[in-house]
Ligand binder design. Structure first.
Ligand SMILES: Cc1cc2nc3c(=O)[nH]c(=O)nc-3n(C[C@H](O)[C@H](O)[C@H](O)COP(=O)(O)OP(=O)(O)OC[C@H]3O[C@@H](n4cnc5c(N)ncnc54)[C@H](O)[C@@H]3O)c2cc1C
Length: 437
């Protein structure tokens, strides 16, 4: 087939939205160019497992080129998109341009520090594989320093991990960190007792998991506390510095601080020159196209659209996937000369994991907590992992660590320093007098 005659579709971002758009369109008489800054797709819901040494990066990521190996009309470019020329129908790369007839922008979101970008070096967020590896490095290093300090006679003080933000990411990080210190590392240290660590979860609002119903929020808090997490609500962080977090006048010493508090959309949304909301999400039309450009669509975390109850659609993988699919179907309708359909999100329910055998799930009016919710979470997330091999490996890893409490990916690589630990020794400052156990 002559390539030039085929409709050209450029898809920017191979996350959940971009992948579904490309896969759905691949059967159509179009030429698709998928552009992503990475050569792999990341399954973000399992990033916390990499950050807490339960899984290795390759188990939750898949090469984009491999995903599309069977589609001759899909080409993959590993490039960073910097801008668009909507008049000339061009995607602008750092050093080049890609033409399109249709453009799908699906570049997702990142963390926001509420105007305090200077906090980022002391409190990494969790969005990419690199973030997860950095968190894993810091957490494991903290335990090593702590053991060294005690072994060299400098005292055994409790160790604090502070997680900022009580949404799904903060909750799963706090629960799993507690599990590591209470169970995984319990028998491996000789001079310190990992059970003396404290994981403090700070949430600015009145309850954790604010997007869930009140009863599930309460259940999540109880499950966290049962695991050993010190949950503090209405605790708005006012400052982050090396080795400490401030909540108003209170200074909380922190060996490691993790950021799970805010979301900012990909800066590419603003490059489209159409209205965006405060988080930078593009206000899309009901068919997910942008005002004035029916050939340009935005999907996933970067798109702002209300559901039939007039509520903004949440930044979740199923929303991105359904939107990606819907856009592809509308492009196919255009090609067949049929009218487009508006997008309607079908909510199959939401799940949040908290830790070992702990989770909450909301399926319409049915609310579940604890082990059954955790099993549902595990099943759904393994089902949606890309690649049969990854699914099998993750399932085996999970079963093994459930039975043995082992976390095999506990490698410390790269820099051996922690911000705030100048002399590589722990001071009382990293501990807190305030203990919950
Ligand atoms: C830690 C964590 C846990 C989560 N857990 C869950 C969960 O349990 N359940 C759930 O439903 N959702 C969860 N989410 C949310 C879910 O992952 C997102 O809603 C979903 O990934 C959004 O899909 P997307 O396609 O919009 O963007 P993404 O999946 O973020 O993909 C964006 C893609 O764009 C690429 N990109 C970005 N900028 C550029 C550029 N300039 N040039 C080229 N490429 C670019 C990126 O490399 C990436 O591949 C979680 C998110 C995080 C961070």
């Amino acid at each position: 087939m002559d390539d030039d005659k085929r409709t050209q579709v450029a898809i920017v971002g191979a996350g959940f939205g971009g992948l579904l758009a490309a896969r759905t369109l691949a059967g159509q008489p179009v030429k698709i160019t998928v552009i992503d800054q990475n050569n792999f797709h990341t399954f973000q819901p399992l990033l916390y497992q990499v950050a807490t040494a339960g899984l290795s990066p390759g188990e939750i990521a898949a090469p984009i080129r491999w995903i599309f190996r069977g589609y001759e009309n899909v080409e993959v470019l590993m490039e960073t998109v910097v801008d668009f020329d909507l008049e000339r129908h061009l995607v602008k790369l750092v050093d080049g341009e890609v033409p399109y007839n249709y453009l799908v922008v699906a570049t997702g979101s990142s963390h926001a520090y509420f105007g305090h970008d200077d906090w980022e070096p002391f409190a990494p967020g969790l969005k990419t594989i690199e973030d997860a590896l950095e968190i894993r490095r810091r957490v494991l290093l903290a335990f090593e320093y702590w053991e060294k300090q005690a072994a060299t006679g400098q005292g055994d003080v409790p160790l604090n991990f502070v997680v900022v933000g009580g949404g799904p990411t903060g909750v799963e990080l706090a629960g799993t960190l507690t599990e590591i210190s209470r169970h995984v590392l319990a028998n491996e240290f000789r001079s310190v007792d990992p059970e003396k660590t404290q994981v403090i979860l700070l949430e600015g609002g009145p309850r954790v998991l604010p997007a869930y119903t009140e009863d599930l929020s309460q259940s999540a808090r109880k499950q966290l506390e049962k695991l050993g997490v010190n949950v503090q609500t209405s605790a708005m962080v006012t400052k982050v510095e090396p080795g400490a977090v401030h909540v108003g006048d209170k200074r909380i010493p922190a060996a490691v601080t993790l950021w799970a508090a805010g979301v900012a959309s990909s800066p590419l949304g603003r490059k489209l020159g159409v209205p965006v909301d405060r988080a930078g999400r593009v206000l899309v039309n009901p068919d997910l196209s942008i005002p004035g450009h029916p050939e340009v669509f935005v999907v996933g975390d970067l798109a702002a659209l209300k559901d039939k109850h007039d509520k903004w659609l949440p930044g979740l993988a199923p929303v991105a996937m359904q939107e990606g699919k819907a856009v592809a179907q509308n492009i196919a309708r255009d090609l067949r000369g049929e009218p487009r359909k508006d997008f309607h999100y079908f909510d199959k329910g939401t799940l949040a994991t908290i830790g070992r055998a702990a989770a909450v799930a909301q399926f319409g009016r049915i609310h579940i907590s604890g082990f059954v919710a955790w099993l549902a979470w595990l099943f759904v997330h393994i089902l949606f992992l890309i690649g049969f091999r990854n699914r099998i490996i993750v399932l085996i890893q999970w079963a093994w660590s459930y039975l043995t409490y082992e976390r095999g990916a506990r490698l410390i690589t790269g820099d051996k320093r922690l911000p705030g630990w100048e002399s590589e020794t722990i001071t009382e400052d990293h501990a807190t007098a305030e203990r919950v156990h």
